[in-house]
Design a protein around this ligand. Structure first.
Ligand code: URA
Length: 316
């Protein structure tokens, strides 16, 4: 067998295609199989649930709306799509996008297992409960273990909510964003803080709780581009550190990030800023507020002040 990882991944894809015709759903009902794509030397492997309609037509994973969000989350983690490998637990689209059955996941497992054997990723990122269920016991619920490193069965997992879930529930976008940044930090830190004993509980190391990271989500009745350009104008009147057009995120030097997501504005506080003084200057209203983040009453005031400042700037 060749040692070239790209050649080995190609051979696995050929083997997958070669098992057709297969009598069982979804292999028998899909337009084409979707083996996965990306770098053959990826340190990070993203594993989704199963192809959807866009993937079924293109033969590539995560190219529809969930894929666009995945690209933005990768950018927030400091990763380019080309440097990760993206695949699914089931390599064919279940009819009508229904959930894959346990038998279907088992049917496709040999190809996924072979891909992982070639890639041996530093971090495997299961997206959503179906993918997580393939690598972790049922007791690891996605709502409890997302956004942190878990060691299971000799693999280092970094579970995230499935991006499609955030398309239906914009509130989850905030959590996904924080988790994506935590993924970037875990990679940059070489997983130093990822003591498996501490990560399946309430919190990992110094990681802030979800509530500490979330400030607010605001909805505007404007088109997404208008929300983003208004947001940039508003951020420029505050302590703007950088505005990133690719991720539609304005980072303030206080550690607060303002992301425009469709018609929504999502405000988060970066994990690194937790516990530090949080300074919000909303010059449109001439307000200046300094507080210690984490004190409940002040946190609520900060949230109110920031929301008002941004809202006024957006309307102006
Ligand atoms: N959802 C998934 O889980 N995988 C894809 O490839 C696309 C959408």
């Amino acid at each position: 067998m060749t040692a070239d990882p790209k050649a080995r991944l190609d051979a696995i894809a050929r083997d997958l295609f070669g098992h057709l015709p297969c009598p069982s759903e979804p292999c028998a009902t899909c337009t084409q199989l979707v083996p996965g794509t990306g770098s053959a030397t990826a340190e990070v492997v993203i594993v989704g649930e199963a192809p959807g309609a866009a993937e079924d037509l293109s033969g590539l994973p995560f190219v529809g709306n969930a894929g666009k969000l995945l690209d933005r989350l990768l950018a927030e983690a400091g990763l380019a799509r080309a440097e990760v490998f993206i695949t699914n637990v089931v390599k064919a689209r279940p009819p009508g996008n229904r959930d894959p059955s346990a038998d279907e996941v088992a049917h496709h497992w040999p190809w996924l297992a072979a891909q992982l054997d070639v890639l041996r990723p530093r971090l495997l990122v299961p997206l959503g409960r179906h993918a997580l269920g393939r690598f972790a016991p049922k007791s690891d619920r996605i709502s409890e273990v997302h956004g942190r490193v878990l060691e299971r069965d000799g693999r280092r997992l970094f579970p995230l909510y499935h991006p499609a879930a955030a398309l239906h529930n914009p509130g989850l976008r905030t959590t996904l964003s924080s988790d994506a940044r935590a993924l970037g930090e875990a990679l940059r830190a070489g997983d130093r803080k990822s003591d498996p004993a501490s990560v399946s509980g309430a919190g990992a190391g110094n990681a802030p709780t979800m509530d500490e990271r979330e400030l607010f989500t605001e909805h505007f009745d404007s088109d997404p581009e208008a929300v983003w350009s208004a947001l940039k104008r508003a951020a420029a009147t505050m302590e703007l550190h950088e505005a990133d057009d690719a991720t539609k995120t304005a980072r303030l030097s206080t550690g607060v990030s303002l992301t425009s997501w469709g018609e929504h504005l999502v405000a988060t506080v970066a994990p690194a800023a937790t516990g530090a003084d949080l300074v919000v200057r909303g010059r449109p209203k001439g307000s200046l507020l300094t507080t210690k983040w984490g004190e409940d009453i002040h946190a609520r005031e900060v949230q109110k002040d920031l929301r008002t400042a941004v809202k006024n700037a957006l309307i102006a």
